[in-house]
Design a protein around this ligand. Structure first.
Ligand code: ZN
Length: 501
C-alpha cells in the first residue's frame, strides 16, 4: 500500500469521524433534545464542525493531495484509489476557500435558527423566524462570495449540494418544464371529479401505521440492524456510518399517505447509504454523490415503485387487514387512483407528482431573489403567496403553511431545493434503465419481491458512493446526461391514464 495514500486515509478518517459525530448531534437535536438545549448544542456543533474543517484544510493534506495527484496515473480511473484522489482534491479546493470561522458561525447560527423555525412554525409567527433567516442569508452570501469569481452568486451554494451544476442550467431546465407542468395541472383540474381521495382521510391509528410502514421498509430491503426510525417535525434520513443509517417520519392520524409514502421516501435514501461499498468507509466518499442522485433513489421507491399499480396488488390486501373499517370496502383501483390524485396543494412534501415540481420552482426563484437582494425578507410572505397564486392557483392562509413549512432555510440549506426536481428527473431515467435490464420487474413488484431492483441499484449506483461525479454516474448507467423529457413523458402517460385526458 502506498504510504502517502495510507496517511491521507488516516487523516480523512479523523475528519469524517468529527463530521459524523456532528451529524449525530444534529439528529439528536431534531429527535429528542429538549428546546432548552439549543444554545449549548449550537456551540457544540460549531466546535465540532470548525474542528473538522480545520483538520481538513491543513497543509499536510494539501501536500498529500498534490503528490498523489501527480502519481495518480498508476491507478485505473475506476479504482477506489484514483477516485479518492479526485474526490478529495475537489473537496479540498472547495473547503480551503472558506474560512473556518465562517463554517463554525454557520453551524451555530443554523442550530439556533432551527429552533426558532420550529417554534415560529408552531406559533404561525414568521416574525419570530425572520431575524434568524436574515442572518442565514447574510452568511450564505458570505460563503458564496468566497468563491468569486463565479457566473452567478447562487452557483457556489448550489455546488455544495449538486457539484458541477450551474444556476443557468437549472434556470433553463425549470423554464423548459414550467409551462408544460402548469398546462398539465390545468388539464387535470378540469377533470378533478374523476378521482376522489376521501378514503385516505379518517382516523388511522398511528401505531398501526408505524407497524405497516416498517413492514414495507423491511420488504424493500431496509436493514433495521443497521437502521432505525424516529419521529420528527420534518422527515429526513441521516447516517453516521454505512452500518448506522436512520430515518425519521411524521405521522398524521387523519391522513394515511403522509407517513406511508414519507417512510418509503426516506427508506429510498437509507437503502442508498446502506448499499455503499464498505471499502469506502471513513473516506468521505462513503455517502451519496449528490443530493439530486440521492433524491432519485427516494423518489424511485416512493413514486415509481410505491405509487404504482403492481406494488399495491401485493400490499393493498395487507393494508386492508390493518385498516378494515376504513379500507375494507375499497377496491385496488380506487386506492391506486386515490393515492395518485393530483390537485394543487400548499404543502410540498405531500404534493402529488404533477404539482410537486412547481413547489420547487417557486422556492428556487424566491431564493435567487433573496440572495440577489431583489426581494426583502419583509416581503417574503407576500411574494410566496403571489407565486402560489400564479403557478398553482391557491394561496396559503397562514405562514405555517407558507414560508415556514420547510426546515431548509433554517438549517442554512439555501441552494438545496433544485436537487428535489433533479432527483425526480433522474428517478425516471434510472428506473427506465432498470426496467430494460431486469426481466419481469413489474411482475416481481406485484409479488412484493424487490430483490432484483435493489440488486440492480446496488450494483449500478449505491456501491459507488461518491467515487464518480453525479454526471459521470448518470452517464455510466443511462448512457445519457440528465434530461427532463423522460420525466415529463412519464407524467403525461400516467396522468392521462388516471384522468382519461
Ligand atoms: Zn428526500
Amino acid at each position: 500500500m502506498n504510504i502517502k495514500l495510507q496517511t491521507l486515509k488516516m487523516r480523512l478518517a479523523e475528519v469524517v469521524d468529527l463530521q459524523r459525530s456532528s451529524a449525530l448531534l444534529s439528529w439528536e437535536q431534531q429527535t429528542y433534545m429538549p428546546p432548552g438545549g439549543a444554545k449549548a448544542r449550537a456551540e457544540q456543533l460549531a466546535t465540532l464542525q470548525g474542528l473538522a474543517h480545520r483538520l481538513f484544510i491543513t497543509d499536510e493534506i494539501g501536500g498529500l493531495i498534490k503528490e498523489l495527484s501527480n502519481s495518480s496515473g498508476q491507478w485505473d480511473y475506476d479504482t477506489d484509489e484514483a477516485s479518492l484522489i479526485r474526490f478529495v482534491a475537489r473537496e479540498y479546493e472547495r473547503e480551503s476557500k472558506i474560512p473556518t470561522e465562517l463554517v463554525a458561525e454557520l453551524a451555530s447560527t443554523t442550530a439556533l435558527a432551527q429552533e426558532a423555525w420550529a417554534s415560529a412554525r408552531q406559533n404561525d409567527d414568521y416574525s419570530e423566524f425572520q431575524p434568524h433567516l436574515q442572518k442565514v442569508i447574510e452568511l450564505s452570501r458570505q460563503r458564496a462570495e468566497c468563491f468569486a469569481p463565479y457566473d452567478h452568486l447562487y452557483d457556489p451554494l448550489l455546488d455544495k449540494y449538486e457539484p458541477d451544476m450551474k444556476t443557468s442550467e437549472v434556470q433553463k431546465m425549470f423554464s423548459g418544464m414550467k409551462d408544460e407542468l402548469i398546462d398539465l395541472v390545468d388539464a387535470i383540474k378540469s377533470r378533478a371529479d374523476v378521482v376522489n381521495n376521501e378514503i385516505l382521510y379518517g382516523d388511522f391509528d398511528i401505531d398501526r401505521q408505524r407497524e405497516f410502514g416498517l413492514c414495507i421498509a423491511k420488504k424493500l430491503g431496509y436493514d433495521l440492524n443497521r437502521g432505525r426510525q424516529d419521529e420528527t417535525l420534518h422527515p429526513f434520513c441521516t447516517h453516521f456510518s454505512i452500518d448506522d443509517v436512520r430515518i425519521t417520519t411524521r405521522f398524521d392520524s387523519r391522513f394515511l399517505p403522509s407517513a406511508l409514502f414519507g417512510t418509503m421516501h426516506e427508506v429510498g435514501h437509507a437503502l442508498y447509504e446502506q448499499g455503499i461499498s464498505p471499502e469506502l468507509a471513513r473516506t468521505g466518499m462513503d455517502t451519496g454523490v449528490s443530493l439530486g442522485v440521492h433524491e432519485s433513489q427516494s423518489r424511485l421507491w416512493e413514486n415509481l415503485v410505491g405509487r404504482s399499480r403492481p406494488f399495491w396488488l401485493h400490499f393493498f390486501p395487507q393494508l386492508q387487514t390493518v385498516f378494515p373499517d376504513q379500507l375494507g370496502q375499497v377496491t385496488h383501483d380506487e386506492f391506486y387512483r386515490a393515492i395518485n390524485r393530483s390537485e394543487p396543494s400548499l404543502i410540498r412534501v405531500e404534493a402529488d407528482e404533477v404539482t410537486y415540481n412547481l413547489h420547487i420552482i417557486i422556492r428556487f426563484e424566491l431564493e435567487l431573489d433573496l440572495l440577489s437582494g431583489d426581494l426583502h425578507l419583509n416581503d417574503l410572505p407576500a411574494a410566496w403567496t403571489e407565486k402560489y397564486k400564479d403557478y398553482l392557483g391557491i394561496v396559503p392562509h397562514n405562514d405555517s403553511d407558507g414560508v415556514l413549512q420547510d426546515i431548509h432555510w433554517s438549517i442554512g440549506a439555501i441552494g438545496y431545493f433544485a436537487t428535489y426536481t433533479i432527483g425526480n428527473l433522474l428517478s425516471v431515467q434510472l428506473f427506465d434503465c432498470a426496467q430494460k435490464e431486469i426481466t419481469d420487474l413489474e411482475s416481481d413488484i406485484s409479488k412484493g419481491n424487490f430483490d432484483g431492483l435493489l440488486y440492480w441499484l446496488r450494483e449500478n449506483i449505491h456501491c459507488h458512493g461518491s467515487k464518480f461525479t453525479a454526471g459521470e454516474l448518470v452517464k455510466r448507467v443511462t448512457g445519457d446526461s440528465m434530461d427532463s423529457r423522460p420525466y415529463l413523458n412519464y407524467l403525461h402517460n400516467k396522468y392521462s391514464n388516471i384522468y382519461s385526458l
